[in-house]
Write a protein that binds this ligand. Structure first.
Ligand code: MIG
Length: 880
């Protein structure tokens, strides 16, 4: 499409899709009274409500409104506010639900609702004594206020307010103290959303700027962080077009939320830590499954309209010849015959199976793209099947809805229908049959080449499943934000059916709350400039805080061509992003790492080398996201709650924690060769590159030549690594190197499984845990204790696929002689006094043998053999 058409769509799209938030709101008429038990089930009873043994929600009704409070757990409550005639609450996002009993007490002005505490009658509840949320409801207005552990979280004003105009609903919340707002899914702009207007309407933003809103995904989750480090969240579970006017930076911030359709439903997530909020949110909406290990490798992509097997193969060979680590090559829409999904371009892909075979032989995996739009071509079997099976979205008059996209006039599967999802999922057989490894879905906002860029309001979707009868119809306005989510659901389920037991790798552009349970996401069509590079940090942090762990931008930028310096800097940063892919638009200059001169090529090679050495760590971080929803990329204030300087924007959106142990501080400006880095209090910190020690709680001027991104390890952490290598398979199988950064308490883990199958879900996984500590005696003498244990499935090899174990202990202050003196001959557990220089053994070992002691960089290195678990190492570092 030419720029003119793009520009036209760009201009018209917001005009045609935007809706004004009504000015007038009807308040419910009080008083509210507890509803009789028989009325207390929600209109669309999704759970066992009302059946024997199922606790009842606390329901309050007035003449024209109904407020239902349900405790999913003591710290996660659902509020549904409905007016007569409103459609029932039905969720596409929430998959993990339960109910806890609630108690209602009458007070002077209203009622207090609290979790009865304890496991309750149902026996499914939380451990007794878990403090829970409590709510007060004002009898006259129906306003609610939520408390947790003696603190007021927010007062909701006008919860039962609706507007007569097209059934909008709204909720205004007021916090009693200053708050910092994060979450909200994939968004441009700064990290903190205070004072911003955010629209939830999935949009293919064709000219993405650093201020564009909305973008491809929506997640109506607002997380509030307070100065004392506490956090709580409100998740508005409603896919309608909606608008947040997020509270400002004042002392009593008020947030206004309004959605185009009811009922109003929100979940209060009590925290109290930011990590708890993530755990609570992902308990509701699902946790990210583990991707195959290879998906953590470097992905290379390019939208090439003149795609061919020959070009792909050439690219693969170049990566190997030039020794640039790489695992995955992506095939964009150029591989299709006339942009028909699931087909191969004739002539240019004579034998797709052979191509995939060649790629596998070179150690690559192949990912292909599919779009929702299927070409209107009665001679094409897939289109015919779609029509015959009634799988396409319909016009109001019942005919199949068609609109132009890449393939020309196309029809669009109605992913809200279960049968259609099954049909769609089955189509992937055409790719899995030739060995394609991973899948990439695009244009699923949905994005169409018509001026409004998406389906007209009149298009009809026909959802099915629980709560929806066979007659159910959903207009596009209501289904819009769900389209990408359900396409991802259909694709993932299809892949699991086609290749039972194998983990799918799926990448999606669009999504809604809960998309993390189906797919990884990239941040769409960014630009090759420093602004977009910088913005990737707050963007990914907020996606992480919205439950999505496996995320990354187009490294190098999609539109345009990066300056060599930008390419170098962006790859240094992307090296620690969970999803690391280079991608660019058709028609742009080459963006392969070798297209920017030798210096940049070497920097990219080294950055990716660092990434590959960190793969065991990144994988362990992802296993945490899978277990409890905590993201891989974390804002500083998540790891250091209560350190006020972590909430200063200058630190919060230019630095990031990668998991629990590493702090990255990328250089964000062109020409800069140093940057200020705030290292949070509680340090010290170790420079990852040279092992030197820096105190925490202050800003350091860190030099950052073009070759290095400042990276720091937290005292007390253990970072599992391997030597830099070319493929993730090498990383998975080479010697495991535990880098120990002494602190008073030492903690770390390595997650192990087969990296490929879904058996980890059934318990075929294990974890190596390292625990220990360093004494804090002053002076050069130090004693460091490490205990290495293993938990989990005993049938897995002790070190997983790793060939051996080495331990590196950061000891920058230990003089080299002290280590050299005991040399490599240090007998495990024995006295060693070569020349009587060292009075005590350098190391005592139980459960393993130590050999090959030496010094490398700022580390003391131990080779470990004859390993049995638990193993114990006591390391005495002393001056000779
Ligand atoms: O209208 O498939 O964001 O990554 O290269 C553009 C072609 C369609 C948009 C995706 C981009 C991809 C491109 N697609």
């Amino acid at each position: 499409m030419n720029t003119f058409v793009f520009a036209l769509h760009y201009l018209l799209q917001p005009l045609l899709n935007r809706r004004r938030v009504p000015l007038l709101w009807r308040r419910a008429r009080g008083p509210f009274e507890p509803a009789p038990l028989s009325d207390s089930c929600e209109p669309a009873a999704r759970t066992g409500c009302g059946r024997p043994g199922h606790p009842q929600p606390a329901v309050f009704t007035s003449v024209d409104a109904r407020i239902a409070l349900t405790a999913v757990s003591p710290r996660v409550w659902r509020v549904v506010v409905s007016r007569p005639g409103e459609s029932p609450y039905r969720s596409w996002s929430v998959v993990g639900d339960a109910e806890e009993p609630l108690g209602v007490e009458r007070r002077a002005a209203g009622f207090t609702v609290s979790t009865a505490g304890g496991a309750g009658e149902s026996g499914r509840g939380s451990p007794p004594g878990t403090p829970g949320l409590a709510a007060e409801i004002d009898r006259r207005s129906g306003h609610l206020s939520f408390h947790f552990a003696g603190t007021l979280l927010h007062r909701d004003e006008a919860a039962p307010a609706a507007s007569s105009r097209e059934g909008w609903v709204r909720c205004v919340t007021e916090a009693p103290v200053r708050e910092w707002y994060v979450g909200f899914g994939e968004r441009s702009g700064p990290l903190f959303k205070n004072g911003r207007r955010l629209v939830m309407w999935n949009t293919d933003e064709r000219f993405m700027r650093t201020s564009s809103d909305p973008l491809y995904q929506s997640c109506p989750l607002q997380i509030a962080v307070r100065a004392d480090g506490r956090a709580h969240g409100i998740f508005y579970d409603n896919p309608s077009y909606s608008v947040f006017r997020v509270g400002g930076h004042g002392e009593r911030p008020r947030t206004r939320y309004a959605a185009e359709g009811g009922p109003l439903c929100y979940y209060v997530l009590a925290g109290p830590s930011l990590g708890d909020v993530l755990s609570q949110f992902t308990r509701l909406t699902g946790r990210p499954p583990l991707p195959p290990y290879w998906a953590l490798g470097h992905h290379h992509s390019r939208w090439e309209e003149e795609e061919s097997a020959a070009r792909i193969e050439r690219t693969a060979r170049l990566f190997r010849e030039r020794r640039i680590p790489c695992d995955v090559l992506h095939l964009d829409i150029g591989h299709m015959e006339g942009h028909r999904c699931f087909t191969w371009r004739r002539g240019r892909f004579p034998d797709p199976g052979a191509l995939v075979g060649t790629l596998h032989g070179l150690g690559f995996r192949a990912v292909v793209m599919t779009d929702p739009g299927l070409k209107r071509d009665p001679d094409w079997d897939i289109y015919r099947e779609g029509v015959a099976g009634d799988h396409f979205c319909r016009r109001a008059d019942g005919g199949v809805f068609h609109a132009p996209v890449w393939a020309g006039q196309s029809a669009f599967p109605d992913y809200l229908r279960g049968e259609t999802r099954t049909w769609w999922g089955g189509l992937y057989r055409r790719y899995t049959d030739v060995g394609i490894d991973g899948f990439w879905i695009d244009m699923n906002e949905p994005s169409l080449f018509i001026p409004r860029s998406t389906m007209p309001d009149s298009v009809v979707h026909r959802p099915d499943g629980e709560g929806a009868g066979p007659e159910a119809r959903l207009g596009h306005r209501r289904a819009h934000n769900l389209y990408g989510l359900m396409m991802a659901a259909a694709t993932r389920t299809g892949l699991l059916t086609l290749r039972p037991g194998r983990r799918p790798f799926l990448l999606t552009r669009s999504g809604f709350a809960g998309v993390q349970r189906y797919a990884a996401s990239w941040t769409g069509d960014n630009r090759s400039n420093f602004g977009h590079y910088r913005m990737s940090i707050p963007m990914l942090l907020n996606m992480g805080l919205s439950g999505q762990a496996m995320v990354g931008p187009d490294t190098g930028g999609f539109w345009g061509s990066p300056a060599p310096e930008l390419m170098a800097r962006w790859f240094q940063l992307a090296a620690v992003y969970p999803f690391c892919r280079n991608h660019t638009k058709a028609g742009t200059p080459p963006q392969e790492p070798w297209a920017f001169g030798e210096e940049v090529e070497e920097i990219v090679r080294a950055s990716l080398g660092l990434r590959y050495s960190l793969l065991p760590y990144l994988y362990t971080c992802l296993s945490r996201s899978h277990a409890d929803g905590r993201p891989v990329l974390r804002p500083l204030f998540m790891e250091f709650p209560g350190d006020g300087r972590c909430l200063e924007a200058a630190n919060a959106e230019t630095e990031l924690m990668v998991g629990h142990a590493l702090l990255a501080a990328p250089v964000l400006r062109a020409g800069a060769r140093a940057r200020p880095v705030y290292l949070p209090a509680g340090g010290p910190w170790y420079d990852y590159h040279d092992g030197s020690v820096l105190p925490g709680g202050c800003v350091h001027a860190i030099s950052a030549p073009l070759t290095h991104m400042p990276l720091f390890a937290r005292a007390g952490s253990v970072v599992p690594t391997v030597a830099p290598c070319m493929t993730s398979e090498e990383a998975r199988t080479s010697v495991l190197v535990l880098r120990v950064y002494p602190g008073r308490e030492i903690r770390g883990a390595v997650y192990l499984d087969d990296g490929e199958t879904t058996r980890y879900e059934a318990g075929e996984r294990a974890e190596i845990r390292v625990r220990g500590g360093a004494d804090s005696r002053p002076g050069p003498e130090a004693e460091i204790t490490l205990e290495i244990t293993r938990e989990g499935d005993e049938s897995l090899p002790l070190l997983g696929a790793h060939r051996g174990l080495r331990v590196l202990v950061a000891a920058p202050q230990t003089p080299a002689e002290a280590v050299r003196a005991v040399g490599t001959a240090a007998p495990a557990g024995g006295e060693n006094r070569p020349g009587g220089a060292v009075a005590r053994p350098l190391v005592t070992a139980e459960g393993c043998a130590v050999d090959g002691v030496g010094r490398s960089g700022g580390f003391v290195r131990f080779g470990i053999s004859e390993l049995r678990m638990p193993a114990r190492l006591v390391l005495h570092l002393s001056s000779p």
